[in-house]
Design a protein around this ligand. Structure first.
Ligand SMILES: Nc1ncnc2c1ncn2[C@@H]1O[C@H](COP(=O)(O)OP(=O)(O)OP(=O)(O)O)[C@@H](O)[C@H]1O
Ligand SMILES: [Mg+2]
Length: 258
């Protein structure tokens, strides 16, 4: 059975906001919770670390071989132990694999495997260069990862402007590392400033860092945490499926809220 092959690019023009974490967790819940066929791609070509998040370290071929040396994409795709496929980039690329790349090449290669997947999620470089352009061109839609502070908001507004100029649709924002403190920007603040809906609010949680140390997405290693439920809700939205918080206390809280 062939998939619908929706390509979702995960971007931000700021390092460390959580792009790779979003990619690995979304991949995990789409595959394990919603039974989707998923490929995650490390489009952060000069500073890749998706493989480090997922424990996929030794690959005979990588995206570098696909983009620079025309190795067929299927040869570089690996199965992760988390129920979805991964296309990593080289941590130490060869000498011939460091130059500029045609930003349309990633789109071309990813298109060759679209039919094999329901979702292809592309992790992006934080730099506004050909790598981010490659992600934008390859993607059917974009998620912009941000956090509730002014410096990140400013970068987010820049990223949105670039995406709009490129005419790549933006599905929404992921507001990550939220601590529920009064000094933080609210969802409303972020939506008003950007004009883009916040699709998901993800708490700052030390279990995300712990999960990284175990090379397992937090959504799998700590499924009952708020962060994990948030990832399930986001995945459900992207897949057009129903999902409600399965934890018993959330039902009780819901009754009080009503
Ligand atoms: N919700 C969260 N709570 C706590 N820590 C988080 C959360 N999301 C991400 N992190 C941590 O923040 C750090 C940076 O995350 P990540 O590598 O995903 O960012 P990035 O945007 O991909 O960075 P880069 O631009 O350098 O590629 C990691 O240590 C990650 O575990
Ligand atoms: Mg990253």
């Amino acid at each position: 059975m062939s998939g619908t092959g929706k390509v979702i690019g995960v971007i931000s023009i700021k390092g460390g906001v959580g792009k790779t974490t979003v990619v690995s967790n979304l991949g995990a819940v789409l595959a394990q919770q919603f039974n989707k066929k998923v490929l995650v791609v490390d489009g952060n070509i000069t500073a890749p670390n998706l493989g480090l998040h997922l424990g996929v370290l030794k690959s005979k071929y990588t995206l570098h071989d696909v983009l620079y040396d025309n190795v067929p994409i299927w040869k570089a795709i690996r199965r992760s132990e988390h129920g979805f496929d991964v296309l990593t980039s080289s941590l130490v690329p060869g000498k011939s694999q460091r130059g500029r790349i045609n930003p349309y090449k990633l789109h071309n290669r990813v298109s060759q495997v679209k039919k094999d997947y329901d979702f292809i999620i592309v992790d992006s470089s934080p730099n506004l260069n050909e790598e981010m352009l490659s992600t934008m061109i390859a993607s059917d839609e974009l998620l912009v990862v941000t956090s509730p502070d002014y410096p990140t908001l400013s970068c987010t507004m820049h990223a949105i402007k670039v995406a709009k100029e490129r005419k790549t649709p933006i599905s929404g924002l992921v507001l990550n590392k939220v601590r529920d403190r009064s000094f933080e920007l609210s969802v409303q603040d972020v939506e008003n400033a950007t004009g883009v809906p916040v699709l998901s609010v993800i708490k700052d949680d030390v279990r995300v860092l712990e999960a990284l140390s175990k090379t397992t997405p937090a959504a799998l290693s700590a499924p009952k945490r708020d962060v994990s439920v948030s990832y399930c809700m986001l995945a459900a939205k992207l897949a057009g499926l129903e999902y409600s918080d399965p934890r018993p206390w959330s039902k009780v809280l819901g009754m009080f809220k009503r």
